[in-house]
Design a protein around this ligand. Sequence first.
Ligand code: RFL
Ligand code: PHB
Length: 389
Amino acid sequence: MRTQICIIGGGPSGLLLSQLLHLKGIDTVVLERRTREYVLGRIRAGVLEFGTVELLREAGLGARMTREGFVHDGTYIALQNRGFRIDFKKHTGKQVMVYGQTEVTADLYDARDGWDAPVFYDVQAVNPQAVDGDAPFVTFLQGGKVHRIDCDYVAGCDGFHGVSRKAIPDDVRREYERVYPFGWLGILSETPPVSDELIYANHPRGFALCSMRNENLSRYYLQCPLDDRVEDWSDDAFWDELKRRIPEDAADTIVTGPSIEKSIAPLRSFVSEPMRWGRLFLVGDAAHIVPPTGAKGLNLAASDVYYLYHALLRHYRDGDDQGLEEYSARALARVWQATRFSWWFTTTMHRFPDQSEFDQRMQETELDFLESSTAAQAALAENYVGLPY
Ligand code: RFL
Ligand code: PHB
């Protein structure tokens, strides 16, 4: 089989790239290790930057997002029992959209049901080959049968645990990593959100976040030790702990209920350079991971897609390869900015196991400054709504 772009991974990066290219008449094949149901069942990101929203609209996915998503003009930051608000709109003229990754992925799969879109699900032993030459191809197993796809380019959209990154030779690839000494325990519950905007809470017992999916679906997170297990956290224990960490007025009014999903995610910052090797391009989590504080993971995947989509368009439409040549440097410049912001926000909001009294005072002083300084608030707002592409 032959295609123009072979896309490894049917998560948001792979599907969005495929959808945008399809609208311009460029052929793709998507290879996904899991089933469609599995991919659609994952609960992940919740906040879309302004640029991500625009890109999804360009991909023809705006209708349900505009109808069902929630536009937020700002966010609350809480420090023990004090809280203040960062006004994104006032500082940047921009807003963010609360619309879950689960919904984005469902919209992307629904959109491709309308066209003859080849996706191979449940594939194994995916192997991108000859990507440093002129005739790359990808082999894989499906139902015990070996398949081969010849292509012009390979897009590695297969997440952190995928195979694409490792196809770049060790002596070319450079990896940067910080693993944080805590995780996030998250729950989803069919209850109304406690607040009209998100609350990021710094507390001596650990960080907490109040988020949402819609008017009757809330998403809450608690910082937890890395060795905690989901089974150790009853719903009651979760709610009691959350109430301790968020401001009193929120704790007094929060509506609790049974969780419909509960999971623990580790926190890490990770960047792999370069994001291009010959005819292989890495996109999204395949090349970088950020801790979720600041909601940058999915949004960075979208900006990578933006750069690669425009570079491929230039190649096929104008015969101009400059965008492809510059892809890695352009994507990485934005990746490092988001890595810095997510690291700063994580470091400022969480309790570290070895935190000294000095560290503690520094954190409080950082948040005091944020509360009182228009410039500091503008800097947070600028990063949160998303730096320009
Ligand atoms: P994904 O979503 O991981 O999709 C990659 C897809 O590739 C498939 N795959 C393969 N397919 C073929 N062959 C192989 N060898 C393959 N190996 C893997 C996988 O099955 C999958 O379908 O990467 P993508 O598309 O780059 O999208 C990135 C985002 O999903 C990610 O940045 C965010 O979800 C990160 N993230 C969060 N970001 C936020 O902004 N806010 C959050 O609250 C948030 N929560 C999370 C998260 C990521 C999590 N992970 C990865 C464990 C919570 C979790 C649990
Ligand atoms: C979420 O709603 O899942 C969410 C929101 C904001 C974050 C991280 C996760 O910073």
